[in-house]
Design a binder for this molecule. Structure first.
Ligand code: CUA
Length: 167
């Protein structure tokens, strides 16, 4: 049996499109160290304070070292708890010096929330029972909006705060 000439070309086209698709998919999935979460850190969503990082006094921004910070956040409908300042007022703004390396650690006490600092590559899903963490270097100066990008209820659109990276 002989293949029709055009039929052969269509077969080649189909197979190459499939190979190209798999290459793009494989590259996109692992490019720059991106990989699926392999060692999820768990936490009891009803007792997050059992983890020292999420005790009231450890929330918000903490300087660990020169140019090295940790930001612990408790997300809940419809707020990001960043702790309190010296006067006991809730903190709703994070200020980070340019170039600092920041480890964000976020948990939720109720439903799934998002943790996205628009304009940066900080973008995590926060699931009950897990600690979502990500370390990034904040190199872009400016004021960014930290917002929830997972629909979490009627107040979802009000769930945001600001992050400022200063020179
Ligand atoms: Cu929290 Cu949407």
């Amino acid at each position: 049996m002989r293949l029709h000439k055009l039929e052969k070309w269509w077969l080649i086209l189909g197979v190459s499109a499939l190979i190209m698709f798999l290459v793009v998919l494989g590259f996109g999935a692992f490019y720059m160290g991106t990989h699926p979460q392999s060692h999820g850190l768990t936490i009891d969503p009803n007792n997050i304070e059992a983890n020292e990082a999420f005790q009231k006094e450890n929330l918000g921004l903490t300087k660990v070292d020169t140019d090295h910070y940790i930001v612990n956040v408790v997300a809940s409908a419809f707020n990001y708890d960043l702790g309190v300042d010296e006067d006991g007022n809730s903190v709703n703004h994070i200020k980070i010096p340019k170039g600092a390396s920041v480890l964000f650690q976020v948990v939720t006490t109720d439903v799934i929330h998002g943790f996205n600092i628009a304009g940066t590559n900080v973008n995590m899903m926060v699931e009950p029972g897990y600690v979502s963490s990500m370390e990034v270097q904040m190199n872009k100066v400016g004021e960014f909006t930290l917002l929830c990008n997972e629909y979490c209820g009627v107040g979802h659109h009000m769930m945001f705060t600001t992050v400022e990276v200063y020179e």
